[in-house]
Design a binder for this molecule. Structure first.
Ligand code: ZN
Length: 258
């Protein structure tokens, strides 16, 4: 995947249609319903089944290179690792490397190992964070370290969809290459960082690309997950990309990125 990145010189195509709170809440109930009961079959291995789906999840070690005893040690880490720690909210001990994630139905299979970009790490919070009613709180793709930090529940449709979205970022040239040119975060709140119009375009298109990837992957499973194509459209376009659109619009109107 190293095709040339063509930048869109035209107007940024944002989403303008959102969803009502009621419709979103109803959809979230469906999306947060676990596939089945997640059973522990070995120390770090879990399985979940229903009539049509078979899910296998296993974890490896924690990100031991990020562990620290004293907050003073943090400043000795590289900038990239400090950023990763920040995304883990300074709790690396609550994460494990995702060793295996395989979801199967009669005709299809999603295997995270096969679809995540070469050498990318996937750190999952174990146990996951409880789902938030606003749908937020899934994960991040960190382009600096080429890793996914994931807090959601991989036994629910929303958890799987968001994980696929982050994996989509790992495969997206804009996310991997162009976002590296963006200003990086600092803890100082007064130190605002702004994006150029071209960068806002890149930011938004990287989100679109990651959603397109997630939708393509999950499509063969929607019936078994009790979802419809319309549900996927709502979650990707009317919710996630609409939120990114609103942020992009604010930035176009002079709001800072960080
Ligand atoms: Zn994203």
């Amino acid at each position: 995947m190293s095709e040339k990145i063509e930048l869109n010189k035209n107007k940024i195509k944002l989403e303008n249609e959102g969803t009502s709170k009621e419709d979103f809440d109803i959809l979230m109930l469906k999306l947060n319903k676990p596939i089945g009961e997640l059973k522990q079959i070995e120390e770090n291995k879990f399985e979940s089944k229903n009539e049509n789906l078979n899910l296998e999840v296993s974890y490896g070690k924690g990100p031991e290179d990020l562990f620290f005893h004293d907050t003073e040690e943090i400043s000795k880490f590289s900038k990239e690792k400090q950023h990763l720690l920040e995304v883990m909210r300074l709790e690396p001990q609550k994460y494990k490397t995702l060793e295996n994630f395989v979801l199967k139905n009669k005709n299809s299979e999603i295997n995270f190992k096969k679809i995540i970009y070469n050498n990318s790490e996937f750190f999952a919070k174990v146990p996951p964070e409880p789902a938030k009613s606003n749908g937020e709180g899934g994960g991040n793709y960190e382009h600096e370290t080429n890793s996914v930090v994931f807090r959601g529940d991989l036994s629910t449709p929303i958890g799987i969809i968001i994980a696929l979205h982050e994996i989509g970022h790992s495969n997206d040239e804009l996310s991997k290459v162009k976002l590296k040119e963006f200003p990086t975060s600092t803890r100082s709140l007064d130190d605002h960082k702004y994006l150029t119009k071209e960068q806002i375009d890149i930011y938004f298109r990287s989100e679109r690309n990651a959603w397109a990837f997630a939708i393509k992957q999950i499509k063969p499973f929607i019936k078994d997950l009790g979802l419809t194509l319309d549900d996927l459209k709502t979650i990707s376009h009317k919710w996630a990309l609409k939120n990114h659109s609103d942020f992009a619009e604010e930035m176009l109107n002079g709001e800072p990125y960080l």
